[in-house]
Ligand binder design. Structure first.
Ligand code: COA
Length: 259
């Protein structure tokens, strides 16, 4: 199904969002940002176990802001567009189920920031990465200066943002910017196989673990440990926990129902 410039479909428990603007290297214009917001508001289903974001073609995952559109925008429009990154894309970092970037090509500027909003990142071997904003007279302000240091550390983030260095998939893996480089194309199929423990796993446990992991980034250790216990509690009363114990005793795979 088509939502503006985005195609959405479901496969193996995942909601797959594909940016279909190959002619502009899947860059983010107003319509694309709005469509992301619409997917969250109207199309994310209770049964979706993960959200996977990818780009069409092999050249780019997302080339960042649509610079042709940007050139025609007023200052007010640029400010409003930046806020849209928070409202229409930001849900990828707070979504109840894990979000995954299947990076099929260049992830530049806002495209890398889009990937940074996701919980997991897998890349095609030919993918490249950069936050080149300072070379364009701006800064990465769709979360780049905040998320990148949290993912790769303060020192590496300074280098990547101040120098605008472009790195390849092997280097991105080495510094922890991506979790995995797909052994071969297509990265989307490889990613879906990789995240099978999520899409086929116990949904309540997945959600609880995700809430607790995200809390670790904003709480101090004492508060975090309390929060972790509260998250565990949501699993304790579940049928899935009892099913896992029964399956272990009976030496068979567990069948989880999300209850
Ligand atoms: N916004 C709008 N159009 C873009 C774009 C962007 N961010 N990135 C690429 N395009 C357009 C090009 O202008 C070109 O259009 P044209 O056919 O009308 O000339 C088309 O996409 C193909 O681009 P091209 O550079 O020929 O493709 P490529 O496959 O060789 O390289 C990239 C792909 C993404 C590596 C390269 O286009 C690039 O570096 N883009 C700029 C990225 C950038 O600086 N983003 C902004 C960060 S703030």
């Amino acid at each position: 199904m088509q939502v503006g410039p985005l195609e959405i479909r479901r496969q193996g428990g995942a909601l797959i969002i594909t940016i279909q603007r190959e002619e502009r290297r899947n860059s983010l214009d107003l319509a694309t940002l709005q469509a992301f917001g619409e997917v969250f508001r109207h199309h994310l289903g209770a049964d979706d176990r993960a959200v996977v974001v990818t780009g069409s073609g092999t050249r780019a995952f997302c080339a960042g802001a649509d610079l042709k559109e940007r050139k025609e925008m007023s200052l007010e429009q640029v400010r409003a567009q930046l806020l849209r990154y928070r409202t229409d894309l930001g849900w990828l970092s707070t979504c109840p189920v894990p979000t995954v970037a299947a990076i099929n090509g260049a992830a530049l500027g806002g495209g890398l920031e889009l990937a940074l909003l996701c919980d997991l990142r897998a890349a095609a071997p030919e993918a490249t990465f950069a936050l080149p904003e300072t070379s364009l007279g701006i800064i990465p302000a769709a979360g780049g200066t905040q998320y990148l240091p949290r993912v790769v550390g303060a020192a590496k983030a300074r280098e990547l943002i101040l120098l605008g260095t472009r790195i390849d998939a092997a280097e991105a893996l080495r510094i922890g910017l991506v979790h995995r480089v797909a052994p071969a194309a297509p990265v989307l199929e490889d990613t879906l196989r990789w995240i099978a423990p999520i899409t086929e796993g116990a949904p309540l446990a997945q959600r609880a673990a995700l809430r607790s992991l995200r809390a670790a980034e904003r709480l101090d250790l004492d508060a975090g440990l309390e929060f972790e216990l509260a998250c565990y509690e949501t699993c304790l009363n579940s049928e899935d926990r009892l099913e896992a114990l029964a399956a272990f005793a009976e030496k068979r795979p567990a069948v989880f129902k999300g209850r």
